[in-house]
Design a protein around this ligand. Structure first.
Ligand code: ADP
Ligand code: ADP
Length: 233
């Protein structure tokens, strides 16, 4: 599970001012559950996503995955622990000159996993996302939904316990969106993932999330089970 506690992020602008973009966010996502993070543009969702995926260092507060605080790490320890968090981006961010299979294999190659093990694991990952028959296709030969599946398989390659989906279905048609959301639900079940779904699409929240956290102006204004929030005024 992932536990975010008192997370703050400040930026120092060129003009010498300090802006506080995250003002003490606390959020827990248990293993096997899906929490949606919603809020208007400029609320701080992307900044939160960057802190969770350890691309940005929080100014203060902690991000614990399975009990360990990742926000204070650096160097080799940071690189090692980053594996605990898989990220899926809006545009799937695949390498265009590599096939689906090669894109999924990349994180394993960087880690120095032996070829036989890469072959076995990539095969399993492509099967998990329903793309075994597209292993040799290049991103340009795939639909938007299929590209996102490759992105999900790649995000899972290092067996993370947290999956962060940053607007992962934005830009997909309703059918492809529904299929991706169903896949995420299956994967959290299969691997006991904690899934954080950053989205501006309320249909996505309704159909998929167990809990919702709403951010406005860098603060958590509502947090709770889906039913409770949808029925509140
Ligand atoms: P959202 O994803 O909810 O639209 P962001 O996290 O992108 O929100 O941005 C939240 C606020 O933080 C915005 O007002 C934005 O201008 C500001 N911000 C984001 N990144 C930086 C940065 N590197 N330096 C200064 N301000 C930033
Ligand atoms: P093994 O050591 O045989 O890989 P594991 O229990 O680690 O055994 O996992 C079994 C299989 O399930 C793996 O080979 C992998 O394909 C898949 N798997 C396990 N955990 C995850 C995860 N968090 N994300 C993606 N795939 C996973």
């Amino acid at each position: 599970m992932i536990e975010i506690d008192g997370l703050r992020k400040q930026y120092h602008t060129a003009g010498g001012r300090t802006v506080e973009v995250l003002k003490g966010i606390s959020l827990t996502v248990p293993a096997g559950s899906i929490t949606a993070v919603v809020g208007p543009s400029g609320a701080g969702k992307s900044t939160l996503a960057k802190c969770i995926s350890l691309l940005e260092r929080p100014s203060s507060g902690s991000i614990r995955v399975n009990g360990e605080d990742l926000s204070r790490l650096s160097g080799a320890a940071l690189r090692r622990e980053r594996r605990a968090i898989g990220t899926v981006f809006q545009s799937s961010a695949l390498l265009q000159r590599k096939t689906a299979w090669e894109n999924v294999a990349l994180p394993l190659e960087w880690l120095g996993v032996v070829p036989g093990e890469i072959k076995r694991h990539v095969g399993q990952l492509l099967e998990s996302v329903g793309l075994s028959d597209k292993a040799d296709s290049y991103p340009a030969q795939l639909s938007g939904g299929q590209r996102q599946r490759v992105g999900i398989a790649r995000a899972l390659a290092l067996k993370p316990s947290v999956l962060l989906a940053d607007e992962a279905t934005s830009g997909l048609d309703p059918q492809a969106t529904a299929a991706i959301l169903l896949l995420l639900k299956q994967l959290r079940q299969q691997f006991g993932l904690s899934i954080i779904l950053i989205t501006h699409e309320m249909d996505v929240v309704r159909s998929t999330a167990d809990a919702v956290a709403e951010i406005r102006d860098g603060q958590l204004v509502q947090q709770g089970p889906l039913q409770q929030l949808l029925s509140s005024p």
